[in-house]
Design a protein around this ligand. Structure first.
Ligand code: NAD
Length: 275
């Protein structure tokens, strides 16, 4: 019998929590752009009893993602794919954010739909940021959802005059993730598989610490203080939601985005936190 394969792209805080929650008894294929982090993450899992393979990947490169999907399919039944690779607003330029957080997500969806097993499930980690910007309009929504990958970054909404800073680039990328996943879910359904996104609020990982220590850290602290939960989230709480979406209990759920933010967006919509 073929082994089941769990693919984790991005071995940061959220990726590793999901790997540990879901990976027992499967082949865990870890992938990341950072070779050192990849080696350390693999060692951590091997030392605690998991069967691990690794491959370096840059999600902003179509050929790199295709090669990762090809490797996954040689390892067994590609049952679960989790894309957590991403950069935050204070980590990169507008161009780089759009390449990694927006286009990279499309490459993963388009490459892995070709190798996903029947009954398989994919999760993309989007962000609360995708819920923070105003509506883009039906035409722009559709363009972000269906424009071919090689033309996507030429869309007017993604040109420099419409993307004034990296925070907006991040928000747009994460909104585009929701739209793309909804559209792509129909192709995944043809393979008997599902795809959804999770939009976390502030989850204490290296990426979140980087943002909290940045010049806009006070804005994040205000979000936490004025939210319903009044605290940050943990990677294990995200992994619990991922467990539901990756497993059979969510068989009727596809093309959806799940906000897990301790009530930050609710407080923003009621005017308790400035947008
Ligand atoms: N932590 C939070 O508060 C939070 C909130 C909302 C959304 N998110 C999203 O969750 C995802 C995971 O975040 P995290 O908190 O685990 O961050 P993290 O920084 O701990 O992990 C992200 C990983 O992605 C990898 N990566 C970056 N660029 C890549 C590329 N081009 N190709 C392959 N790998 C690449 C990094 O090397 C890193 O290991 C990100 O997309 C982030 O935007 C995080």
């Amino acid at each position: 019998m073929q082994s089941n394969v769990l693919v984790i792209i991005g071995v940061g805080g959220i990726g590793m929590a999901i790997a540990k929650r879901e990976g027992a008894g499967k082949i865990v294929l870890l992938a990341d752009i950072n070779e050192k982090n990849l080696t350390e993450a693999a060692r951590d899992l091997v030392d605690t009893g998991y069967a691990v393979e690794t491959q370096q990947v840059d999600v902003a490169s179509q050929s790199s993602v295709e090669s990762l999907a090809a490797k996954a399919s040689t390892l067994g039944n590609v049952l679960q794919v989790v894309n957590t690779a991403g950069l935050s607003p204070n980590m990169a330029s507008v161009t780089k954010l759009l390449e990694v957080d927006l286009l990279g997500a499309v490459y993963v969806l388009e490459s892995f739909v070709n190798v996903i097993a029947e009954g398989g499930s994919c999760i993309h980690i989007s962000s609360i940021a995708g819920h923070m910007i105003p509506a883009l309009g039906a035409d722009t929504d559709k363009a972000l959802a269906v424009t071919p990958a090689n033309e996507l970054l030429n869309l007017p909404v993604l040109q420099p005059e419409n993307v004034p800073n990296t925070t907006f680039a991040y928000c747009l990328s994460k909104r585009a993730n929701h739209l793309r996943i909804q559209a792509e879910s129909l192709k995944w359904a043809e393979r008997g598989a599902r795809v959804n996104s999770i939009s976390p609020g502030i989850i204490l990982t290296a990426l979140a610490k980087h943002e909290l220590d940045s010049p806009i850290g006070d804005g994040y602290r205000a979000m936490i203080q004025n939210s319903g939960a009044k605290r940050v989230g943990t990677v294990d709480e995200v992994a619990s939601l991922a467990h539901y979406l990756l497993g059979p209990d969510s068989g009727f759920v596809t093309g959806s985005d799940f906000l897990i933010d301790g009530g930050v967006i609710a407080a923003m919509k009621l005017g308790k936190i400035a947008l």
